[in-house]
Design a protein around this ligand. Structure first.
Ligand SMILES: NC(=O)c1ccc[n+]([C@@H]2O[C@H](COP(=O)([O-])OP(=O)(O)OC[C@H]3O[C@@H](n4cnc5c(N)ncnc54)[C@H](OP(=O)(O)O)[C@@H]3O)[C@@H](O)[C@H]2O)c1
Length: 279
């Protein structure tokens, strides 16, 4: 198949590019380095010349924090909608959208709301689609996983709040399998799949499990009150956009979902965090 892969230079995109080329698919990799800046691709007309002969489009572009040139509105909403519109005009057979858990009716941050807008647009598309909504993805090449591993090495781990809110980390190999199944079968046709690990764990336990996988005894946990973090993020938000109030609130709200859909799609349960950390 001829596949246009946006976000190909990122963590998820590079794993997908490798898996797809290993299976002899013809991949057109798109990132700013290959001349595809979403800020410049805000109309269907801008996308059309790139879609000639393309069978499948996979969109892996996303940001977790805004800066001077990168905004949720352009990257999560406008450019993807322009891309999906162009796909409808030129015979693309399938669109896979890598979205995020939380891009649903309870979306409450600009990150989630703009994602939901593009997901909703795609759900009404005449082109076959699959929307994949991952929890935290971990594995080789993930910047956030690198940070978690660094934190987990410390004998005293500070966590926002009590660290008891849930995450459901999914290993990158399971995310890749979901995408491959979505392309090669119609099992995920017109479905939204929560890409999650086998079970949810609290944020503090996630860090302890990583620590355990490094052969270390459990660390002491130092809770930092959310109220204090919100104040600090207000004061320093522009310096550390990743630790914005919105991102802290998304963490606090938790990030988990039923693993039923992914289990059904893959034919077996996705890796638990203990299993995934051995991969
Ligand atoms: N990783 C996770 O835990 C996780 C969890 C839930 C959802 N997701 C979603 O999954 C998708 C992939 O995540 P990831 O972890 O692979 O992210 P990543 O490593 O940060 O990669 C992001 C990709 O987006 C591209 N990009 C950013 N700005 C762009 C622009 N203006 N024009 C064109 N491309 C641009 C980057 O390319 P260049 O910067 O090289 O141009 C890169 O290829 C994202 O939508 C993310 O929100 C990820």
């Amino acid at each position: 198949m001829r596949i246009l892969l946006t976000g190909s230079s990122g963590f998820v995109g590079s794993h997908l590019q490798q898996a797809l080329t290993d299976l002899d698919h013809q991949v057109t990799p798109c990132s700013r380095a290959t001349g595809f800046d979403f800020n410049q691709l805000l109309t269907a007309e801008a996308w059309l010349p790139h879609l000639e002969g393309i069978d499948v489009v996979i969109n892996c572009v996303g940001i977790i924090a805004e800066n001077r040139t990168q905004h949720f509105e352009q990257l999560h909403r406008l450019a993807p909608i322009a891309l999906f519109t162009a796909c409808q005009q030129c015979g693309v057979n399938k669109i896979i959208q890598i979205s995020a858990l939380g891009a649903d009716e309870n979306a409450f941050t600009p990150y989630q709301i703009t994602r939901k807008a593009a997901d909703d647009f795609l759900r009404a598309s005449s082109v076959d689609w699959t929307i994949i909504q991952p929890s935290l993805i971990y594995g080789e090449g993930s910047e956030s996983f690198k940070l978690f591993r660094l934190m987990a090495k410390l004998p005293l781990i500070s966590v926002p709040g009590k660290g008891d809110y849930l995450v459901q980390p999914v290993h990158i190999s399971d995310v890749v399998k979901v995408v491959l199944e979505s392309i090669t079968t119609d099992k995920a046709s017109q479905k939204t799949i929560a890409a999650v690990g086998a079970t949810a764990v609290s944020y503090k336990d996630w860090l302890q499990v990583i620590r355990n996988s490094m052969g270390k005894k459990p660390a002491l946990i130092l809770p930092i009150p959310f109220k204090l973090l919100f104040l600090m993020s207000k004061a320093m938000g522009t310096l550390f956009p990743l630790f914005s109030e919105a991102n802290l609130k998304m963490l606090q709200a938790g990030n988990s979902a039923s693993a039923a859909n992914i289990t059904q799609l893959l034919g077996s349960a996705p890796a638990s965090v203990e299993e995934g950390l051995q991969l």
